[in-house]
Design a protein around this ligand. Structure first.
Ligand code: PRX
Length: 650
């Protein structure tokens, strides 16, 4: 970190005076949360409406021979009722969702009452289609209010939703449908992003030709564009046809706090994507509490999280957290660059947004166009900014602060993961001085630590592997159908600790600086991808004998995808083949996995036992060829020179 990045932005007095949490309160509450989690969380749990309030608060084992995580295990509640029903009396006519369509002329508002009615009707429709408590429902949807309604309707009847990002390919969708064994898929004819149609229903049709997807009985289709689609009689059902005729009275099913609320697939360093299982009580409490305190949310404010509901950020901070708090949450269908790069600011002005939660990639993409991209808006309504998904470099932080926030808004850089359910390390804006690039301090109940590779806890200012020493309510409980893998992935590297997979530095003020993944997971534009997934896609192509995928620093995306390919004997390298392989991966996984660079490699650097030394490949991709370290353990050190010589500039 260079000198200029050591700039500290102290909490402003006027902000702290009106904030939910100031420094003194943060310190006191944090201390209580780690000294006496039972009483701390018993008290906090009262922010939810329970059908049966819990007496048992925390019951957790992180021991690798018995990973068992339970919170509020004798309590009963319904997540949908907490997000909707309990607000009807006090804020039935308040906007719950402000929807901004892809075209600037297209927007609408749903009040809490309207959202409650639409959700209840859909919940009855799901029942009429035979969906029962404990069934899974896969959602493959555009960013439209029906996506939030579908999540909430599942929660209402005790069904478990599995949202698959609309940018994933038919194969990726099929894999997730089969793993979750969903009998119902909810989709739309097409989604619209940046003026272009994405054929969601066609993708579903194609996914459902794959092996194992016979489990799907019905596909419920929202008419978003009216575009041309194929229709499978008996299987496909128009959303409006079945939903409109339902009653808007659908009692919310009382759920045990530990009943699953949703499963959400994410990539790991090995194998197929894993479905993280989140349960009802602890997750909702964590989402609601962090939404209120991290974003310092006040009644009546318009809050905008620009993520997609297909990611955990959309689950916790578009839907569950804000709605549990009775907030007004903005949902944007499009992209920040359409129709112009001024769109983000224009949406803020149009809906008088107070809080904007977005990604470093979005900030860097705008920054690349210069300060004037924000000229078409004043953004005077903004009070707070947030960042999530990847490390934000100090330059982007400063630009976010200066240009988007007019030097008026604190930035909360929030570190967390699909597995954590909600925010774990972040400034509370009325309590913690900001340092650009640092996620700063842990949230209540979160006990981060840094360990060396042997698992020894490191003290003071240091670098290390980031672990969490004790459970928090929003933590994922398991991997769908594979508890063994859950234990293996998160609890076996360092005994008795949750391993995040991230590297981290702690400075002399106890601030945490996430440095990125220490495993074979890439973070491209804030999207998480396993190198193994991309590699196995490539080697399935006839021309590819072997492939190795690494990340390299990318100005806008944070990380780009750099691929080394060894071709099968007799296949000639060509630009056309590069294009073909790029299309292959896009089709197999989705456009988010598009390779940025492909380098032909006659051989890959391997140890004598055949393990690919990615460390070397990462260095070459990053053009740090002077610091390759020891290559003497390689089976054939000469491949390295060859790779350096043929490095592709990026
Ligand atoms: O490497 C960290 C990075 O994103 C990973 C989690 O990805 P995912 O499960 O897709 O969830 C993203 C949204 C919560 C982490 O292991 N990451 C997330 N937020 C930050 C971050 N890295 C640095 N700073 C952050 N604020």
């Amino acid at each position: 970190m260079t000198e200029q990045h050591q700039h500290v932005y102290p909490v402003r007095e006027e902000f702290a005076a009106n904030a939910w949490i100031d420094n003194e309160k943060y310190l006191a509450m944090y201390q209580q949360s780690v000294d006496d989690p039972q009483s701390f969380w018993a008290e906090q749990a009262r922010r939810l409406d329970w059908v049966k309030p819990p007496n048992q608060i925390k019951n957790v084992s992180f021991a690798s021979n018995n990973v068992d995580i339970r919170w509020f295990e004798d309590g009963e509640l319904n997540a949908c009722a907490n997000c909707l029903d309990r607000h009807l009396e006090t804020r039935g006519e308040q906007p719950a969702i402000i929807w901004e369509g892809d075209e600037p002329s297209d927007s609408k508002t749903l009040t809490y009452r309207e959202l409650h009615e639409g959700t209840s009707r859909l919940a009855n429709a799901l029942k009429s289609l035979g969906v029962k408590k404990g069934d899974t429902v896969t959602l493959y949807m555009p960013m439209i209010p029906e996506a939030a309604m579908a999540m909430l309707a599942c929660a209402r009847i005790g069904a478990i939703h599995s949202v698959v990002f609309g940018g994933f390919s038919p194969d990726a969708l099929a894999q997730r449908v089969v793993d979750a064994q969903s009998k119902l898929v909810i989709t739309a004819d097409e989604s619209v992003r940046g003026g272009k149609q994405v054929p969601l229903k066609d993708n579903v049709d194609s996914a459902l030709t794959r092996e194992g997807t016979e489990v799907v009985d019905n596909v419920l289709v929202v008419k978003r564009t009216g575009g041309d689609i194929d229709w499978h009689d008996g299987r496909d059902i128009w959303y409006h046809e079945v939903v409109d005729k339902q009653s808007n009275d659908c009692p919310a099913e009382p759920m045990n706090a530990e009943d699953p609320l949703f499963v959400l697939y994410t990539s790991g360093s090995t194998g197929k994507p894993k479905g993280l299982k989140h349960t009802t009580g602890g997750y909702l409490l964590h989402a609601a509490m962090t939404h209120q305190y991290v974003f310092d949310y006040k009644d009546g404010e318009v809050y905008w999280c620009s993520a997609d509901v297909g990611w955990v950020t959309g689950h916790s901070y578009i839907v569950y957290g804000p709605l549990a708090n009775g907030a007004t949450t903005l949902m944007f269908e499009g992209v920040p660059s359409y129709p112009t790069h001024g769109r983000l600011g224009e949406i803020i002005d149009k809906h008088q947004v107070s809080i904007l939660y977005t990604s470093p990639t979005a900030v860097r993409a705008l920054m690349a166009h210069g300060d004037h991209v924000m000229d078409s808006s004043s953004r005077k309504s903004l009070r707070l900014l947030g960042s999530v998904g990847e490390p934000i470099n100090p330059e982007a932080w400063e630009w976010f602060y200066r240009v988007i926030g007019n030097e008026q808004c604190p930035i909360v850089d929030t570190w967390w993961q699909t597995e954590t359910g909600g925010i774990m390390i972040s400034p509370l804006p009325g309590a913690i001085d900001l340092k650009p690039g640092s996620a700063t301090r842990p949230f209540f109940g979160v006990r981060p630590a840094l360990v060396d590779n042997e698992g020894h806890i490191l003290e003071g200012a240091t670098d290390g592997n980031l672990v969490i020493l004790d459970s928090w309510p929003g933590q994922a409980r398991s991997i769908w159908n594979n508890h063994e893998r859950f234990v293996q992935t998160y609890f076996s590297t360092y005994e008795g600790m949750y391993f995040t997979g991230d590297g981290c530095r702690r400075d002399e003020d106890g601030y945490y600086w996430i440095t990125g993944r220490v495993d074979d997971v890439l973070n491209v534009s804030g999207h998480r991808m396993g190198t193994a997934e991309i590699e196995s896609s490539l080697v399935a192509h006839d021309a590819v004998a072997e492939a190795a995928v690494v990340g390299y620093p990318h100005d806008i995306k944070g990380q780009g995808i750099y691929i080394y390919v060894t071709l099968t004997d007799g296949v000639e390298p060509s630009d056309d083949l590069k294009k073909e392989l790029t299309q292959w991966v896009r089709k197999d996984i989705g456009p988010i996995a598009s390779p940025d660079v492909i380098q032909w490699a006659d051989g890959l650097p391997k140890t004598r036992s055949g393990k690919i030394m990615r460390r070397i490949l990462r260095k070459i991709a990053a053009n740090e060829v002077d610091g390759l370290g020891d290559t003497s353990t390689l089976a054939d050190p000469s491949v390295v020179e060859d790779l350096i010589e043929n490095r592709v500039n990026c």
